[in-house]
Design a protein around this ligand. Sequence first.
Ligand SMILES: [Zn+2]
Length: 91
Amino acid sequence: MPLPDDDALRAIALDTGLLGPDAIGLTLGHAIFIVEGHESRQLLTHECRHVHQYETAGSIAAFLPVYFQQLVTVGYYDAPFEVDAREHEID
Ligand SMILES: [Zn+2]
């Protein structure tokens, strides 16, 4: 399956709620954004695992298309990067 183009990525990000009002955490490379009032050890360790995933992928440009492909294919909860991040959360 070909990787989605920029317009498709934008649509996916909005459709999945990744950048919507319900999103409380977002990681882009080494930058972790957490909505004020939602700071927690669990969320921060989850987002730090995404940093590790970005580093393993080698770049934001290498990570995001694969991540979005996972979201489209199996949905947010079952996306392998999300499953992995949840497994590395510390309460
Ligand atoms: Zn996540």
